[in-house]
Structure formats: C-alpha cells, structure tokens
Design a protein. Structure first.
Length: 335
C-alpha cells in the first residue's frame, strides 16, 4: 500500500522553511547591524553633498567603516533615519557598529573643523588668520578684500575647503546680512547707503565691545552727524596710521599708546580733523554692530569716555564730558 503525499502539507512546509530562512536572515542582519564594525582605528570620512543612500553605503564600505553596503542600504530604507542622511565630514570611532554609524550621519554629528573670525578684525587681519590655518587647503590668500566686506562669524569647513573659498563665503555672508538688516533700518538716519552703514558699524565695533552699549554708542555718533560735529573717534586715527595692518604684540594696534600728536595727522580717516564719516570702514563689523548702526538708541548724548571697566560714561554737554574725562584720567593713573 502506497502513501500519497499531501500537497497542502508540502506547500505549508515550504512556507515554514521560507519563514525560518527569512527569520534567520533577519536575525543575522540585525546582529550584523548592531555588532562592532570592522574599523581598527578612528577614521575621517567625507560624505559629499548630493550623495544618495547607495553612494553613502558604498563609500562607507570602501573606507572600511562598515562590512556590508547592502545591509546598510536595507537598514536605511527600513528605518526613519535613512530618509535624512546628512553630508559632511565624519569621524568614526574604531569598531563603530553600523547602527551608530547610521545615527551619526542622520544626526549630522560632523567632525568639528571651524575657524572663528572675531568682530572688529580688519580685512588684513582676517587674511592673516585664514592663511595661518593648517586645515584649510589651497594657496595663501594674497589679495586683501575691501575693508568691511567680510562678516565676522564662526565658520565650519571640511577637508578640501580652500582658504580663498572661506574668504568668498565671508563676503557672501556680509552681503546677505547687510541686505537683510538694511530693510529693517530706522527712518531719518544721517546715512544714505549700505556702504555708509558699514562705515558707521565698523566705528561702533571698534569703540565698544559691550553688547548693551552698541545702540547707545550708535546714538552718540548719529547725534554728532546730525549736528555736524566731528566724530572724534580714536579708532579711525589708528586706521589712518596702520591702514588696517595692526600690530599684535600686546601693546595695542599701534604697538604703543595713541598720542596727542597723532590726532593732528592730515588724513581723511582722521575724524578729529575731518567731520562726517571717513571714506570707508575701518574694520569688519559684526551683525550686532550693523544692527546698532541702522537702529541707534534715541537720546541726547553726544560724548562718551571710558569708565575703566570696559564700558563708557555718556555725557550730554561738554562740561559734563570734561568732568567724566577727569574721572577717567584719575582711574587711568591709578591703574
């Protein structure tokens, strides 16, 4: 007597075997996704802009960060993270699991390459800073950009970014910032152009480093311009002497104190001798100083002098200012 096989049982067995295989494959995939990766040492890898999941997976596999590009692609399509992988330069630690590699690229946790351009640096000083960076590629910058055209900021960069590219980025950032803030300016300002706004902002930047004083200092200069008074600001005289090539020896931009005879030099940047704004900016102002120049505080002050703490005392009359100057001289002698 022969026993005929049941087709349904055979079909069911095939399904069960298939499911078992899928489960085993899935378990292996999860294990591989979570286990330590193949990297023996920390490694920097660049994920270029515009790279899709397939290209990213191939790059990671070729760099030895992951062992299986196909598994990375599959995980990317099965998890929400795969929809937003970010370009940048990444530093992957040794033995990083594929799961943590995926999360790092999704979070945009890039390698921290940055350079900070302080507010108030001249264009010559900015170029010296950029050229001194060993991480930026390309030839040294030789052409000094026009004064006031570079926005002070902290800029990030990746391997291959050039010194000239950073200068161009700073120029573009300043143009964008100035255009934006110009549209929000106060009415009845004694400045007519964006260039004049930059000039005034650069003077404000060099006169005070205290954020809460910028708008008040701006108001002083606006009052002087409206009354036809000379601005009489020391930083413009210093710029007339140095042309922006400041000394960096711990003794100030001149390498010495500004002298009374310096205030007599015949130069259009000397705001003690020539009323109105100087011919151009004397530094690269930051966003806050540009905002102050375009939206000055309204008051009756036309004088200010240092108070010995990094700030200033403001005066409305010459007599009041002279008293403040005498107090400042006492403070300076005591120091």
């Amino acid at each position: 007597m022969t026993t005929r096989s049941n087709p349904f049982l055979a079909f069911l067995s095939l399904i069960l075997l298939g499911l078992a295989g899928v489960a085993a494959l899935g378990g292996y995939g999860v294990y591989t996704y979570l286990k330590p990766g193949p990297l023996s040492d920390t490694k920097l890898v660049l994920i270029d802009r515009g790279m899709g999941v397939s290209a990213i997976a191939a790059r990671l596999e070729s760099e030895g960060v992951i062992s299986q590009a196909l598994l990375f692609k599959g995980a990317a399509y099965l998890t929400p993270m795969g929809n937003s992988l970010k370009a940048g330069e990444y530093e992957f630690p040794a033995r990083a699991p594929m799961a943590s590699v995926m999360k790092q690229i999704h979070d945009g946790d890039v390698y921290d390459r940055r350079i900070t351009v302080r507010e108030g640096l001249t264009s010559w000083e900015v170029v010296q800073l950029i050229n001194a960076s060993e991480d930026l590629a390309g030839d040294p910058v030789t052409d000094i950009p026009a004064e006031g055209t570079l926005l002070p900021e902290t800029y990030t960069f990746i391997t291959g970014d050039t010194k000239q590219k950073k200068i161009e980025l700073m120029r573009e950032a300043m143009t964008k910032t100035l255009d934006e803030l110009w549209e929000k300016r106060s009415g009845d300002l004694p400045i007519q152009t964006k260039e004049e706004a930059l000039i005034l902002a650069s003077i404000i930047e060099k006169e005070t480093g205290k954020p809460d004083e910028r708008f008040r200092v701006a108001g002083v200069f606006v009052n002087r311009l409206n009354r036809g008074m000379p601005l009489q600001t020391d930083p413009t005289v210093i710029y007339a002497i140095t042309k922006g090539q400041h000394k960096n020896e711990g003794k100030g931009p001149l390498g010495r104190r500004l002298l009374r005879k310096d205030l007599q030099i015949d130069n259009p940047y000397n705001t003690y001798k020539y009323p109105g704004l100087p011919p151009g900016p004397i530094a690269n102002p930051g966003r806050a100083s540009i905002e102050a120049a375009l939206n000055p505080e309204t008051h009756d002050y036309v004088y200010f002098v240092a108070d010995g703490t990094g700030g200033h005392i403001f005066g409305k009359t010459l007599a009041e200012h002279n008293r403040n100057v005498r107090e400042w001289r006492k403070i300076r002698r005591s120091q």
